[in-house]
Design a protein. Structure first.
Length: 276
């Protein structure tokens, strides 16, 4: 089917590159809420396009569209209520407003296993860059802890081991710890976290739940770098970390900051696969 028309709403550099990719393939595409000089629909005008693409994430607070590149707040419901019944809606996350829209089909891009794996790869590469730019030592022989062994945890563990870091993985599931051990990492369960925390130079959390509260943070080496890759609110008590003067970074939306072109290509491939 070649009569799709695309509308990209909001987002970061990933969506700008996605717009360029669609244009380069002679697609009928329009963008709004991506730059201050974008053309906008009239306030009461419904979207004419039949492929609506929201950013990843589509919203930070669940109420407003993610629009970091413009100085404007766009209520999410003002977007969803203007989608036609013939449209396919691509989102970056779940929200009741998406399923309540008139769209004939709603596709959460983050539910695509291929997309998720590629994003995990981009996130892991970006995390390596953060470590290099925020420490005074090499990854080689550094004591590094990865908390959680999902997609991102597994990929970043492999990367760090490849760079000869001394990597440990804290994971709850026996199977996850076995897989991590087979990759060359030391492993332990969460009940041993307090005991081992003081030895690490770098700590990377990937678990989207509070893992490092004040009691755990007090065990961390004052010179350590602590990176949280989990989505908001994250897995670290950042207020407590600030009080303890720990070097913490909540690293969000890394593919959009470090590899937006590759991330845009992943989005394009996922959308085209869904539409064909």
């Amino acid at each position: 089917m070649n009569d799709y028309s695309y509308l990209i709403l909001g987002g970061d550099k990933r969506q700008l590159y996605l717009y360029d990719i669609l244009k380069s393939k002679n697609k009928n595409v329009k963008k709004i809420f991506l730059a201050d000089n974008d053309d906008e629909y009239g306030f009461d005008e419904n979207f004419k396009e039949n492929v609506i693409i929201l950013p990843i994430p589509s919203s930070i607070d669940g109420k407003n569209l993610y629009t970091p590149l413009i100085k404007k707040t766009v209520p999410l419901n003002s977007v969803t209520e203007r989608i036609s019944k013939d449209a396919v809606l691509f989102t970056g996350g779940e929200n009741p407003l998406f399923t309540a829209s008139k769209a004939k089909k709603v596709v959460n891009l983050l539910s695509s296993e291929t997309m998720t794996l590629k994003n995990a790869l981009a996130t892991s590469e970006a995390a390596i860059s953060i470590i290099i730019n925020n420490t005074s030592h090499t990854i080689f022989k550094s004591n590094i802890l990865v908390i959680g062994y999902g997609r991102i945890g597994e990929i970043i563990t492999d990367y760090l081991i490849g760079l000869n870091g001394k990597v440990s993985v804290c994971a709850r599931k026996d199977t996850a710890r076995v897989k991590a051990a087979l990759s060359g990492a030391e492993t332990f369960d969460f009940d041993m976290l307090d005991k081992f925390l003081p030895k690490f130079d770098v700590i990377i959390n990937t678990v989207p739940a509070l893992i490092l509260d004040k009691s755990e943070l007090q065990q961390i080496n004052k010179n350590a770098l602590v990176i949280d890759l989990a989505s908001k609110p994250g897995g670290i008590d950042f207020e407590a970390a600030k009080d303890l003067k720990l070097n913490t970074i909540h690293a969000l939306s890394l593919p959009g900051k470090y590899s937006p072109l590759s991330a845009a290509e992943y989005i394009y491939e996922t959308i085209e696969h869904t539409l064909t």
